[in-house]
Structures are given as structure tokens and as C-alpha cells.
Design a protein around this ligand. Structure first.
Ligand code: FES
Length: 257
């Protein structure tokens, strides 16, 4: 059980929840997720929510989530001091061990795929690397953490409706940004499958390009196979990976999105 420290509405239906507990000692990798159970008899499945920030000194972690159903609606009503049933951290996160100050890193996120990239960017910039963030949102009103990302590096924002930043999806920005003059030495992405397919194509053969898949999960621990995806280099189409246990982070060119 973790204790709710605070809960804040960041944008319509998007909440920031700060939790405190000993479990934070286990949270080492950006890109891992927590599997959360809300107190309702009719909702048996846990909700996977990625870690947006980890603060080992204060033993706190931050989750950012969008209200999409009864479970997340219940979560949004949690108040400071409430207890929350949390399993995790689960999955394999983004590899950052080989990042050095010489790296020029590209981080690409879309919508509710953006939160884990904050913890990731903090880990990367702590190693002295340069980071350029390309973040896509539906519209101006659902943008969050812009200033927080700006404190870590450059930020380019696109909105689907053109109400802020570049009109269109993140690919529009990537077309202008990734040129002969800027070839990222490492790429990290998280977002909806359309965006990830774009990243997978553009950086298919990049040796250090990683994507976190958003996938519907059930058990979250590798037991039920509700979250399988297939390998790209498998002509037999029989080999698969579990997003919850083998991922959620995979290299580009590894799995079918
Ligand atoms: Fe059960 Fe991934 S959710 S194996």
C-alpha cells in the first residue's frame, strides 16, 4: 500500500498523483509502471500506469493519468492520506546506462504517453546529455508539463488542431528537426501506436532507438498473455513478446506495432 501525498488536475481529465511509500526504493528504471487496484468489487483488473517521476529522498513517485473509465475516475477522487493498493514496479524500462555527455538525445511523446518521458529525461540529463523533446497533444488545453520539460532541454510541441505549436502530429516536427545537421545518437518514444509506427519506420535500424508500448494489460506480470505482440523478424509468426513483462520498452525493429 502507498499513501497519497497529493492529487492535482493538470488539464481536463488529466491528473497528477503523488504517492509515498517504501516501494519507491525499488523504482530504479524510467519506463517501468505500477499496477493499481482501486477499491471496487466490480473492478477486478488493475490499471497499469507508468511512473512520471521518482524521488528516492522523499520516497515519493508521481503518476500522471487520464480518466477513461470508472477505475481512473475513482482514482481521481483519492485525497491526501488515502491508501492505494499498488503492485510494482513492473516491466523493463528505458535503457539509459550507456548515455554520456556526448549524446544528443531525441525524446518523442504523444498525449498520455508523455508522462514516463519526464522521468526518462531527468535520468538522461543527469548524465550530462543534451535532450530535444518533441511532444504531441490533441489541443492546447490538454498540454501538461511543458515548463518541466523545458527545464531539462529544448521542447517542440505539436497539436492536432493547431491551437498551440506546430499544427499536425509529431512527425511534422520530426521531418524538419531530424536532418543532416541533427542526427540523434539515441531516440526514446512513448505514445499511441500510430506515432510509434512512425518512429519505428524512421529509426528502424538505429542502434539506440527505443519505444514504450501502450497496451491493454490484465495480470501485468507475464502470466495471462493478454498483452502479446509479435516479433518483426519472425516469418513463422509464432514467436511473441509480452508487453507487460518483456517490455513495455522495446527496440525499434523488434516487435510488430
Ligand atoms: Fe498478463 Fe501481460 S498482462 S501477460
Amino acid at each position: 500500500m502507498m499513501t497519497v501525498v497529493s492529487q492535482k488536475l493538470l488539464a481536463p481529465k488529466i491528473y497528477e498523483l503523488v504517492l509515498q511509500g517504501e516501494l519507491v526504493n525499488e523504482m530504479k528504471e524510467p519506463g517501468q509502471f505500477l499496477h493499481i487496484r482501486v477499491k471496487r468489487q466490480d473492478l477486478l483488473l488493475r490499471r497499469p500506469i507508468s511512473l512520471a517521476d521518482i524521488n528516492p529522498q522523499e520516497k515519493t513517485c508521481t503518476l500522471i493519468y487520464r480518466v477513461e473509465g470508472q477505475g481512473t475516475l475513482d482514482m481521481s477522487e483519492l485525497k491526501s492520506g488515502d491508501l492505494l493498493d499498488v503492485m510494482g514496479p513492473l516491466g523493463h524500462g528505458f535503457p539509459v546506462a550507456d548515455i554520456t555527455p556526448a549524446d544528443h538525445v531525441l525524446i518523442v511523446g504523444g498525449g498520455i504517453g508523455v508522462p514516463p518521458l519526464y522521468a526518462l529525461s531527468k535520468a538522461i540529463t543527469a548524465k550530462g546529455a543534451n535532450v530535444h523533446h518533441v511532444l504531441g497533444f490533441a489541443s492546447k488545453e490538454v498540454i501538461f508539463y511543458e515548463e518541466a520539460f523545458k527545464a531539462l532541454g529544448e521542447v517542440s510541441i505539436s497539436t492536432d488542431d493547431g491551437s498551440y505549436g506546430t499544427k499536425g502530429h509529431v512527425g511534422t516536427i520530426l521531418d524538419q528537426l531530424v536532418t543532416k545537421d541533427f542526427q540523434p545518437t539515441a531516440v526514446y518514444a512513448c505514445g499511441a501506436s500510430g506515432m510509434l509506427r512512425r518512429i519505428d519506420q524512421q529509426f528502424h535500424d538505429h542502434p539506440r532507438a527505443y519505444m514504450s508500448l501502450e497496451e491493454r494489460m490484465a495480470c501485468g506480470t507475464g502470466a495471462c498473455y493478454a498483452c502479446v505482440c509479435h516479433l518483426q523478424q519472425d516469418e513463422t509468426k509464432t514467436k511473441s513478446k509480452r508487453v507487460c513483462k518483456d517490455g513495455p520498452v522495446f527496440q525499434t525493429g523488434e516487435v510488430v506495432i
